[in-house]
Design a protein. Sequence first.
Length: 307
Amino acid sequence: MLEVVTRPTMAFLYGSALFSFCSMLNVVQVCSLFLRPISRRLFFEVNARVAGSMWKVMQMIMEKRHKAAITFSGDKIPRNESALVFGNHRSFVDFYMFHSVAARRGMLNYMNYFAKDSLKYIPFYGWGMWIMGILFISRNWQQDQLKINKLFAQILDLQAPVWIASFLEGSRLTPSKLAASQKFMLGRGLPLLSNVLMPRTKGFIACVNKFRGSHVKCVYDFTFAYYHKTKGFGVPPNLVRVHTGQLSPEYKFHVHVKRYLIEDLPTDDEKLSEWVVQKYVEKDAFLEQMKESWTDGIEGGVWTEKW
């Protein structure tokens, strides 16, 4: 009974605290607009630090206060390296999984996401995301392409450090969306995936082609997995649960990452699209293995890493 009473209270307290902190950061961001005509690089760095402050507080709540048990496997990526990053999309907690690696590699300040256009209208949070340069997209390719090209031109001009993160599936995995995706796969003769949706490749291809030969030299392929001690594989906590109590040992979290050089990726758009689909075939197989035995048997082993 105590937990039932205190969890909504804790959610309210954390929500209020984060809202207040976000409001203060918005003030800094509004002031930073005066820097933009003077120094675009200084404007960028101020807002990167503002964004990083918010991400850091939320990550600390999850990992350090609420003891999220996160394990890692795959390639140990270098510190301070710019990259295009993508991952499977299961829940809002996927953002924390991206950030768990970014925080350990000095790139938490430089996360930039493709986000739904409607999010920019959320008071304080959306406004702050707009000022810091989050890429809001409407899923109308002709309109979105202009926004993408403009943002990428700014990043290239400033030689700005960045992780440009996206969920190529386009939406979170749900039973109904998986069924629709599998119907599409069968109709097109594509591999049948059961743990991820078929990726949308057009935006990713545009990103890769834009950054070939630039300071953004890599692509990181993230696979996120979740485990609940009674509900089993594929069950992450919701956002309220992340901020209202200890997560371990009730939940387990795992991040698998593969690193690829852009110069090694196919230059033909069709071949590059096939490459992305193949990564999702591999991702699906990896998750299927984890469904059976969690982290046991992962090639190269798993590790934990303090932040």
